[in-house]
Design a protein around this ligand. Structure first.
Ligand SMILES: [Zn+2]
Length: 378
């Protein structure tokens, strides 16, 4: 269905000074419910955790076995911008799972990470996609339909005891650093994770230095995969709010017992979520353990009930920007399709979230933290 200019004016005036975003134009053209289109027009859709692997950089699921180029699931001409537009999101935090790369000896993790940053640079140059360094860049992503990534990494194993490497990657565009994943930094571990028995006493002294360096430079600290003690240690030294980009509440185990057993250590307690929220942070709800869109929005609702709507976001933990999406599906949850964000907004409206609250969860909460942390830095 097309959209008339009079209808445009009506909607624009009805939404006051709000911007007339391309998301709304596309949505209306596709015959989407005007209420959904209206929310999309006002919401900067952001996925706080998404795996983005340009060809040649995807690590094998088994640690230390990098896929050969011919095994890459993505073609060399992955069009990030196109995929991002199809997802309905303005931006994703584009992450590289560093400890799943082939890191055999000190130096390898850094080399592997720099290789990924270089591959991302090439994608940015040819793919008409942008990199967010400031809040303005995220706002522009939505207002001017400029698909954008926030560069991040899952596990800071590239640091290897060299604090100056944080600034090195900052200069390459990194603005979001997930300190931990599953394996320790092989030279100087930063803190205990939530999947191995605690052996570091929470955050290490060097981990505290890394947090301070992130605060100094203007990099968002992400504590997904960190133990509760590690989070408490970070909160003692951090001068800025932090995020937990992808997780769920440990009371939401879903309907798949096998998955529940595997994922439970990666979930967080209400108490854990609350200390992050009380310090101004945001928790991204992942799509893992959701068997449907309804389940996913139920998990968002549970997190909102636990910590308040100002402290929840979406952290899908998928590879939405995969060439596989060209086949019309993605790995968010069964039935999820290339549109990803639009059905989530529709379901949230259906479940009684207000447009304002959908805006917060959909991206404004992440923007608040990103804006505060990066303010005054370029
Ligand atoms: Zn993860």
């Amino acid at each position: 269905m097309g959209i008339t200019s009079s209808r445009r004016e009506l909607l624009v005036s009805a939404s006051g000074a709000m911007l007339w975003g391309p998301a709304l134009l596309n949505a209306a053209d596709d015959g989407v419910d005007p209420a959904v289109a209206q929310v999309l027009s006002k919401t900067i859709g952001i996925d706080m955790h998404n795996h983005v692997y340009p060809a040649g950089t995807e690590p094998h699921p088994q640690r230390g076995q990098t896929r050969q180029p011919q095994e890459q699931p993505q073609g060399p001409e992955l069009l990030l911008a196109e995929e991002l537009k199809r997802s309905g999101l303005a931006a994703v935090c584009a992450s590289f799972v560093l400890d799943f790369a082939q890191n055999d000896k000190p130096g390898d993790a850094r080399d592997n990470f720099i290789r990924w940053l270089t591959a991302i640079d090439a994608q940015l140059e040819k793919g008409h996609i942008r990199r967010a360094l400031t809040l303005k860049d995220l706002q522009a992503a939505h207002e001017h339909d400029q698909p954008t990534i926030v560069q991040t990494v899952e596990g800071s194993h590239f640091i290897e005891g060299h604090l100056d490497r944080v600034e090195e990657v900052y200069k390459r565009g990194l603005r979001h650093l997930q300190l931990l994943h599953e394996h320790d930094d092989m030279v100087s571990p930063l803190g205990d994770t939530n999947t191995t028995p605690a052996h570091l006493g929470g955050l290490t002294a060097f981990g505290a230095e890394v947090v301070k360096e992130c605060n100094r430079l203007g990099i968002v600290v992400d504590l997904a995969h960190a133990s509760h003690e590690t989070v408490l240690g970070v909160l003692k030294v951090a001068k800025q709010p932090l995020i937990v980009s992808h997780t769920g509440l440990d009371s939401r185990l879903g309907s798949n017992p096998k998955m529940a057993q595997m994922m439970k250590p990666r979930l967080i307690s209400k108490e854990h979520a609350k200390v992050v929220a009380d310090a101004g942070g945001v928790i991204g709800v992942w799509t893992k353990m959701s068997e449907s869109l309804k389940d996913f929005v139920g998990n968002i609702k549970a997190m909102v009930d636990a910590v308040g709507v100002d402290h929840v976001g979406i952290g899908s933990d998928t590879d939405l920007l995969s060439a596989k999406n060209g086949q019309g599906t993605n790995n968010a949850f069964p039935g999820s399709n290339v549109e990803f964000f639009r059905p989530i907004v529709a379901e949230m409206l259906f479940r009684g979230f207000t447009p304002e609250d959908i805006g917060k969860v959909g991206g404004a909460n992440f923007c608040r933290v990103f804006g505060k942390v990066t303010a005054g830095h370029v």
